[in-house]
Design a binder for this molecule. Structure first.
Ligand SMILES: CC(C)(COP(=O)(O)OP(=O)(O)OC[C@H]1O[C@@H](n2cnc3c(N)ncnc32)[C@H](O)[C@@H]1OP(=O)(O)O)[C@@H](O)C(=O)NCCC(=O)NCCS
Length: 186
């Protein structure tokens, strides 16, 4: 299955699954539970504030027939990473000062819907939004801080590479050759 899905949407059993910007008027944050307290608390208490303050962009996955029910969410922010943290072939191509990146701050799927592909769909949406954003602001990779070995294994499964000094920080190169046409069409 491809990681990126066109326009982050696919046909679901009832409506269409769609990644929407978190909207406290429309989305029921308190009903969301992933089984990881810190990820639930972030959505319940901090995500709206962070979005308003420009700390993170938070998108929630919903079925358009039940748009109040949050099936999963992720957050993205700007970040940077020291090139010495990257593998040797990558490092050699990069400047010696910190490299601009995006950070996947949080990723979680509702506990009632885990294991059916929504995590992969959310990850694809996040990567797709990184590609969109980097048409206007350059970024070389998507980085993530894995919260535990299980999360680390998940990100390695998605193709993320552990950093040299801290394997719990991982990065996914977004591809070095952004074509001029892609930049112009942005
Ligand atoms: C981790 C989580 C986001 C995965 O979402 P999901 O919808 O359950 O996962 P999916 O059904 O989309 O599976 C995606 C792929 O990842 C794999 N996968 C899932 N968890 C994995 C793990 N811990 N290690 C390695 N691979 C894993 C699946 O086998 C699947 O592989 P495939 O697409 O090649 O078949 C979700 O289970 C969750 O929210 N868990 C609680 C919060 C959490 O641990 N978040 C981690 C980020 S800090």
């Amino acid at each position: 299955m491809p990681l990126c899905k066109t326009q982050c949407a696919l046909r679901a059993r009832s409506g269409v699954l769609e990644a929407q910007l978190l909207d406290p008027q429309r989305h029921d944050r308190q009903a969301f539970t992933s089984g990881v307290d810190a990820l639930d608390e972030y959505l319940h208490r901090f995500a709206v504030q962070h979005a308003r303050k420009g700390i993170a962009v938070v998108r929630v996955l919903v079925d358009t027939d039940m748009p109040e029910t949050i099936l999963g969410y992720y957050s993205l922010s700007a970040a940077q990473i020291d090139a010495v943290q990257m593998d040797a072939p990558t490092r050699q191509k990069l400047p010696r000062y910190p490299v601009p990146c995006f950070r996947l701050g949080r990723l979680a799927v509702h506990s009632a819907h885990q294991g059916v592909g929504l995590g992969r769909l959310l990850m694809g949406c996040a990567v797709e939004h990184c590609f969109e954003a980097r048409k206007t602001v350059a970024a070389y990779a998507l980085v993530v801080d894995a919260k535990g070995e299980n999360a680390g294994a998940l990100y390695r499964h998605y193709g993320f590479v552990p950093c040299r000094d801290n394997p719990m920080t991982l990065y996914l190169s977004l591809g070095a050759n952004l074509s001029m046409n892609e930049i112009r069409s942005g």
